[in-house]
Design a protein around this ligand. Structure first.
Ligand code: NAD
Length: 505
């Protein structure tokens, strides 16, 4: 690793004397969770689970096979009719009970520590993840009791039409490593709320909180309703996507995995729900409150160390205020506290999740500087152990540069400039991804107009990365289709049936 101490104020805060985040007793059982219990795997092959702050192996989990997936799907199939038949009130009570179980101080603390140990996230980020996980279950517990539809009535003469909303059956879920517990909850809560059963395959890198979740809620759910199989995407994940008894496959992950899953799902024509990558433009006009914008980006660009699909990673700023804005942004970024999760509550930025991802992020930085992009702060690795990258601002980024088009998924913000509104909109939209964007201006007419013209599933005005359970999250274009959160997710995980009664006499 090359140190960039000359370019950045950041050093990695360490906690030499702090007790370890987790002990053996905190770890979940390193097995698959099938039909209501932890079961032995079909092979003895294991996957190392690594703490990215220290590079030490903290657990070994079984490498799931197609056989393990088949067993879990069979359990989900066997459980689906009973779960689907529960009246909304009863399903709602189970979801509330799950939320209550996770929300206890003891379990929130345990899940937060496990998440930080497995991902390197600051504890504040992990606690936020657990809080949102609880809120997602609470929202879905309420929403499932208040579904709406068109009125029953005679739309053809002497024929009464009734619309039923039914579960899809068994849903396969595949989750990423950046928010392991939260992304699982964004799927599990609406899937269960809509009356489906599921098999989830967490990221092979970050299975600990999904397994612990299963352990904590096992007694609240009938056997087979929730199943967890560990393993790699190309084996366990691919089998789940192609399985003939799985009615829908829902993936949060990269664009490449989204394509693979959609292809595997095509043979059985199962439904596909894809939450893929992002490359969020941050369009800053000359009348924006620049200081407030820079301070918002300190969080919105660097939350979860920038390993965030909605991260405010691509600034497009009006040329007349670019210099002033960069100065303010660099001031904020240089003040970010980088460290291990155990090194204090002030830590804002942790390591990259793995060596492979660290190498990927560093590769982008090295190629950018070779192409003439200028590093305003950061620009490379920080001293190990751990996969730490210095919070980085790249300027003089030409139109179409690799770092301005591709998802880096690290603590890196690029800054481009524009001359007028037309150019701002054209360049903001000129990326293959369409997950989220933001517009910064004090002019309300302009903000409404620009927000309408941006081709992204979420557009914030004078804000970025603020989410709520009531509003949908999901992308356009290469960012996939389907919605997480909100009643739109409930819709996605159910199907409508029209029943028409002839009552003419
Ligand atoms: P990834 O695609 O490498 O892995 C995600 C999951 O897919 C893992 O469980 C992996 O094992 C599995 N997988 C990989 N190949 C597969 C295949 N051929 N068949 C079936 N499953 C397969 O993604 P990641 O690196 O874990 O996560 C980062 C990506 O996730 C980023 O692109 C990020 O933008 C995206 N993401 C999107 C959202 C969103 O809401 N849109 C949220 C979080 C992360």
């Amino acid at each position: 690793m090359t140190s960039t101490a000359d370019l950045t104020a950041s050093t990695v805060r360490r906690a030499a004397d702090a007790p370890p985040l987790i002990t053996e007793a905190d770890l979940p059982q390193a097995r698959h969770f099938v039909d209501g219990t932890f079961v032995e795997a079909s092979t003895e092959r294991v996957i190392d689970v690594v703490d990215p702050s220290t590079e030490s192996v903290i657990a070994r989990i079984p490498e799931g096979t197609a056989e393990d997936i088949d067993r879990a799907v069979a359990a989900a199939v066997a459980a689906k009719d009973q779960w689907a038949r529960l009246v909304p009130k009863d399903r709602s009570e189970v979801l509330h009970a799950i939320a209550d179980r996770l929300a206890s101080a003891e379990h929130t603390d345990l899940l937060s520590r496990l998440e930080s140990a497995n991902t390197g996230k600051p504890l504040a980020v992990s606690r936020d993840d657990v809080g949102m996980t609880v809120d997602t279950f609470r929202f879905m517990a309420g929403a499932l009791r208040a579904t709406t539809s068109m009125a029953a009535g005679d739309y053809a003469e002497n024929h009464l039409s009734v619309i039923l909303r039914e579960p899809l059956g068994v849903i396969g879920v595949i989750t990423p490593w950046n928010y392991p517990l939260l992304m699982a909850a964004w799927k599990i809560a609406p899937i269960l709320a809509a009356g489906n059963t599921l098999v989830i395959k967490p990221s092979e890198q970050t299975p600990l909180t999904t397994l612990k979740f299963a352990e904590l809620v096992a007694d609240l759910l009938p056997s087979g309703v929730l199943n967890v199989v560990n393993g790699y995407g190309a084996d366990a994940g691919a089998r789940l996507a192609e399985h003939p008894d799985v009615n829908m496959i829902a993936l949060t992950g990269s664009v490449a995995s989204g394509r693979a899953v959609a292809r595997a799902a095509a043979d059985t024509l199962k439904r596909v729900h894809l939450e893929l990558g992002g490359k969020a433009p941050v369009v800053i006009f000359e009348d924006a409150d620049l200081a407030a914008t820079a301070s918002s980006l300190r969080v919105a660009s660097f939350w979860n160390s920038g390993q965030e699909c909605g991260a405010a990673c691509r600034v497009l700023v009006h040329e007349s205020v670019a210099e002033q804005f960069v100065e303010q942004l660099v001031g904020e970024v240089r003040a970010l506290v980088v460290g291990e999760p155990t090194s204090g509550e002030e830590v804002e930025v942790g390591p990259m999740v793995s060596k492979a991802h660290f190498d990927r992020v560093i590769g982008y930085l090295e190629r950018a500087t070779k192409e003439g992009v200028r590093v305003a702060t950061g620009g490379g690795a920080l001293d190990g152990p751990g996969y730490f990258v210095a919070p980085t601002v790249l300027v003089d980024v030409p139109e179409g540069a690799e770092v301005a088009r591709e998802e880096i998924f690290g603590p890196v913000v690029t800054v481009e400039t524009f001359a007028d509104e037309e150019e701002a909109v054209r360049r903001a939209n000129d990326v293959p991804l369409g997950l989220s964007a933001s517009v910064w201006t004090e002019n309300a007419r302009r903000s409404h107009d620009i927000a309408a013209r941006l081709d992204f599933g979420t557009v914030w005005v004078n804000s970025h990365l603020v989410l709520a359970g009531e509003v949908p999250w999901g992308g356009f274009k290469g960012s996939g289709y389907g919605r997480d959160l909100s009643i739109y997710a409930l819709d996605d995980y159910s199907r409508t049936k029209h029943v028409m009664h002839h009552h003419g006499r």
